[in-house]
Design a binder for this molecule. Structure first.
Ligand SMILES: Cc1ncc(COP(=O)(O)O)c(C=O)c1O
Length: 484
C-alpha cells in the first residue's frame, strides 16, 4: 500500500469509526451471532493475489460488525468498563503508524521517555508516593505474574540463578482471598509455587479478605515448615469491588517479610479522586501494584500500569543483557525491556498521553464521579424496592443484586433460574448487556456501570427493564422454566 492509498482508505476508515460511535446506541449491545457465523464468511485460504482495501469498510460492516459486542455502548453493564475513548484511539493509530519498537531507550528514545513521563503523571494522579516507578504492561495478568516472580526471587535469594524452585528445600506460599481474580492463582501456578502452596483466604460478609484468617494461615504454614512468600490484596475485587483491608494486610506482610502486591485493576482508576483514596489506605507500604487504564479510565486495551517500589529488583529479575542489546546509554536511561517479560514493546504510552491531554485530570475526575453517583442512585432504588436484594456494598460502580419474589423465597434453585432469566431477557432486548454471576453460591445480577457514554438515563432505563422483566415473570408464575 502506498501513502496515497493509505490516505484515501484511512480517511474512509476514520469516518467509519466516527459514525460507528455516533450510531452506537442504535445497535444491539451484545452480538447475536452463533459460533462459526463470522469465520464462515471469510475465505478458507489467504488471497493469492492482493485485492487492495477498497472494499474494506463494506467488508467490516458485512463480516465483522455482526460479531461485535459493543463495549463502548451506553447500555454496556457487563463484565467491567473497558472504555476506548476516541482520543486514545487516535493514540493507537499514531502508535501503529510510527511502528516503533521501544525495547531499549535507543530503539526509539521517545517511546521510553513519553512512557516515563505519563507514568509519572499517573503516579501523581493516583496519589502514590514519589518512591514508586511505573511501567506499562499488556495486562493486569502479566503485571501480577511479574509481581509473583519478583516475590519468589526476593524470598529465595535469586533461586533463578541456581536450581530454581526445584532446588528449594521448603515450599514457598502465596496468599490471596477467595475473591481474587483468576489471574492471581494463574500467576502463582505459572511462577512455580504450585496449587498446594496457594492459599485462597476466606472473605467476610463484605467479601473482603479476613485478616485474622490470613494471619492464621501464615502461622500454620510457618509451623509446618513452609515459607510464606507473598500476599496479593485486592482493591476492588472482580465480582463485587470488595476492598481488602490494605493497611492491616500491609502490617502482616511487613511482620512476616512477605511481598505485598495489590490488584486494583479496575478500581485503581477511582483513585484519581482524592475522596476515594481511603480505599487503598496503606498503599505506600506495598511492593507492587497494578491498575488498568484500559478498563474504566478510557485507554483502549492494552494498557496496564504496573508500579513498583524497588525498580532495581524488578530489573534484576527481568533483565537479560545479551551483547546485541547493549547500548552506550545503558547506564543513564531506562531500557523498558528489563521491566517486564516481552522484549518487544509497542508505543502504548501514546494512547495514555492522548487521553490525558484531551480530557485532563478534571475531565477524568468528572466522569468517574458521574459513574459513582449513578451507582449510588441505583443502589438507593434497589434498597428501596421490595423484592430486590443487594448482596454486596457498593463502594464503586458495581452492584450485585437479585430479585427475590415472595413465592420462591428460600428456594435457591428457583431463584437462580428466575434471576438468570431476567438477565437473559434483558440482554435479548439489545438495549443492555449484563453478566449473570454466582457469588458464594447465590445467583446474582451483576451491574457494572462506567462505559464512557453511560448517563443517568441509561441506568434508569436498565432499572426499569429489570423490574419489568421480574414483574412479568412473577405475573406469569413461570418459576420452573429453565433458563436458556
Ligand atoms: C480485579 C481484576 N484483576 C485482574 C483482571 C485481569 O485484567 P487483565 O485483562 O488486564 O489481565 C481483572 C479483569 O477483569 C480484574 O477485575
Amino acid at each position: 500500500m502506498n501513502s496515497d492509498e493509505f490516505r484515501r482508505v484511512g480517511h474512509e476508515l476514520i469516518e467509519w469509526i466516527a459514525s460507528y460511535r455516533d450510531r452506537m446506541e442504535t445497535l444491539p449491545v451484545m452480538s447475536p451471532v452463533s459460533p462459526g457465523d463470522i469465520a464462515q464468511q471469510l475465505p478458507a485460504e489467504a488471497p493469492i493475489r492482493g485485492e487492495g482495501l477498497d472494499d474494506i469498510v463494506q467488508e467490516l460492516d458485512r463480516i465483522v460488525m455482526p460479531g461485535i459486542t459493543h463495549w463502548n455502548h451506553p447500555g454496556f453493564f457487563a463484565y467491567f468498563p473497558s472504555n476506548s475513548d476516541l482520543s486514545a484511539v487516535l493514540g493507537d493509530i499514531a502508535c501503529a503508524g510510527l511502528g516503533a519498537q521501544g525495547m531499549s531507550w535507543q530503539t526509539s528514545p521517545a517511546a521510553t521517555e513519553v512512557e516515563d513521563v505519563v507514568m509519572e503523571w499517573l503516579r501523581q494522579m493516583l496519589g502514590l508516593p514519589e518512591t514508586f516507578s511505573g511501567v506499562i504492561q499488556d495486562s493486569a495478568s502479566s503485571s501480577t505474574f511479574c509481581a509473583l516472580l519478583c516475590a519468589r526471587e526476593r524470598s529465595t535469594a535469586f533461586c533463578q540463578n541456581q536450581g530454581g524452585m526445584q532446588w528449594e528445600e521448603e515450599p514457598y506460599v502465596v496468599y490471596a482471598s477467595d475473591q481474587a481474580h483468576s489471574s492471581v492463582p494463574k500467576a502463582a501456578l505459572l511462577a512455580g509455587f504450585g496449587k498446594e502452596h496457594l492459599r485462597l483466604i476466606e472473605t467476610d460478609d463484605d467479601h473482603a479478605m479476613r485478616v485474622d484468617s490470613l494471619e492464621a494461615a501464615i502461622g500454620n504454614d510457618l509451623a509446618c515448615g513452609r515459607v510464606p512468600c507473598a500476599v496479593v490484596a485486592a482493591v476492588g475485587t472482580t465480582a463485587t469491588t470488595a476492598l481488602d483491608n490494605l493497611q492491616r494486610i500491609a502490617e502482616i506482610a511487613e511482620g512476616f517479610g512477605l511481598w505485598l502486591h495489590v490488584d486494583a485493576a479496575l478500581a485503581g482508576t477511582a483513585m484519581v479522586l482524592p475522596e476515594c483514596r481511603w480505599m487503598w489506605k496503606g498503599i505506600e507500604a506495598v511492593d507492587s501494584l497494578v491498575m488498568n487504564p484500559h478498563k474504566w479510565m478510557g485507554v483502549g486495551f492494552d494498557c496496564s500500569a504496573y508500579f513498583v517500589k524497588d525498580p532495581q529488583h524488578l530489573i534484576r529479575v527481568m533483565s537479560t543483557n545479551p551483547s546485541y542489546l547493549r547500548t552506550a546509554q545503558d547506564g543513564v536511561v531506562r531500557n523498558l525491556r528489563d521491566w517486564g517479560i516481552p522484549l518487544g514493546r509497542r508505543f502504548r504510552a501514546l494512547k495514555l498521553w492522548f487521553l490525558l491531554k484531551d480530557l485532563g485530570v478534571e475531565g477524568l475526575q468528572a466522569r468517574i464521579r458521574r459513574d459513582l453517583e449513578n451507582a449510588q442512585w441505583l443502589r438507593q432504588q434497589v434498597d428501596a424496592t421490595p423484592g430486590w436484594e443487594r448482596l454486596a456494598p457498593v463502594p464503586l460502580q458495581t452492584l450485585c443484586i437479585r430479585h427475590v419474589p415472595e413465592e420462591i423465597k428460600g428456594d435457591e434453585k428457583a431463584l437462580a433460574t428466575h434471576n438468570q432469566d431476567i438477565v437473559t431477557r434483558v440482554n435479548e432486548s439489545g438495549h443492555y448487556y449484563l453478566t449473570p454471576a454466582v457469588l458464594k453460591g447465590q445467583q446474582i445480577i451483576r451491574i457494572s456501570i462506567g462505559a464512557t457514554p453511560t448517563e443517568r438515563r441509561h441506568v434508569e432505563g436498565l432499572w426499569t427493564a429489570l423490574r419489568t422483566e421480574a414483574d412479568q415473570r412473577v405475573a406469569s408464575g413461570q418459576w420452573s422454566v429453565v433458563s436458556n
